[in-house]
Design a protein around this ligand. Structure first.
Ligand SMILES: [Mn+2]
Length: 316
């Protein structure tokens, strides 16, 4: 079975490299560091590459060991975590492709099974929860450091245990980790509540621009490159903006656009019945049923028009 095949691949590898998705969130970062520490504990020569590491997660153990450039050209094993497809994989993608064996561990419904070995569970609320289950199955020692990284992934991808993907296992894991001495309350604050001034200003600006469309069933807002320059922030500081629209009563779909080199990235959230991953797939993106994204290579006006037009079609 796949889980055993992955274990053999790990056992047989000397040099391992760990990748996450571009613009990594708490799940991508937490999963990567948990895997990294576990591989180090096994005595592997392991590297984790995150070219743009978000400041928010500097509190995680071993975050100072994350590489922005890799030291080898070819690895025995490359592991992609929390990443649905090759397009979203962080750079350098070619090093991932060149590896002897490629493993894909993820929980996105839109995962395209791009690894030689794929362990994908779309009903798991976080990649970190899948990894927790794997480590238990492998009887790896889940140290306090590893548990801190894993619970950070779980807390951030569940919005602090509040999304409906949360399972009873999620709370069992949290309970076990609490017993190991992991400070869940502090992790919650560090990763979800405490935000920089720049991030706060970006949220304020985006909130001021929110438009209510389709009788208040859709919210739309945006941030341009110029805004990011003015506020001295980067894309990592935009996490959470799309949630603001979703929290308003009567809203089914929240749309947030932010400018990138080739147009705009769209981040979508839904409340009850719309599958936003399906909307984003129409634009070659994807994600989860209630949280997804895509790239719109258009001007702001055209990007807005296209994504809103498709979103409307999904409303009841
Ligand atoms: Mn995730």
């Amino acid at each position: 079975m796949t889980l055993d095949d992955i274990k053999s691949a790990i056992d047989n590898a000397n040099n391992i490299v760990i990748f996450a998705h571009e613009k990594p969130d708490g799940d991508a970062v937490g999963s990567s560091l948990a895997f990294y520490i576990a591989m180090k504990n096994l005595g592997k020569n392991v590297e984790v590459i995150i070219p743009h590491f978000p400041e928010t997660y500097k509190f995680l153990p071993c975050s100072n060991e994350i590489k922005i450039e890799l030291s080898l050209e070819k690895y025995d094993l490359a592991i992609a975590l929390d990443c649905a497809d090759m397009k979203r994989l962080d750079d350098p993608k070619e090093i991932f492709l060149k590896a002897e064996t490629r493993i894909n561990i993820d929980h996105h419904t839109s995962n395209v099974m791009f690894g030689d070995l794929n362990f994908v569970n779309p009903v798991s609320p976080a990649c970190a929860q899948i990894i927790t289950t794997m480590f238990k199955y492998y009887k790896y020692d889940i140290s306090k450091e590893i548990a801190t990284c894993l619970i950070t992934g779980i807390i951030t991808d569940t919005g602090g245990f509040k999304y409906d993907g949360v399972t009873s296992e999620t709370f069992e894991i949290a309970s076990e980790f609490l017993e190991k001495g992991v400070n869940i309350s502090k992790i919650y604050k560090d990763s979800l509540s405490n935000i920089s001034r720049g991030k706060f200003e970006a949220r304020k600006l985006a909130a001021n621009r929110i438009e209510f469309l389709e009788n208040g069933k859709i919210t739309y807002t945006y941030i341009t490159k110029k805004d990011m320059e003015d506020l001295k922030i980067d894309q990592n500081d935009l996490n959470g903006i799309v949630e603001n629209g979703r929290d308003v009563q009567g809203v089914e779909i929240s749309i947030f656009l932010y400018e990138v080199d080739n147009g705009f990235k769209a981040s979508l959230r839904s409340n009850n019945y719309v599958n936003v991953s399906d909307i984003c797939l129409l634009f070659n993106g994807g994600g989860h049923i209630k949280a997804a994204g895509c790239t719109l290579p258009y001007s702001l006006e055209e990007a807005k028009e296209r994504i809103v037009a498709q979103s409307k079609r999904f409303l009841k």
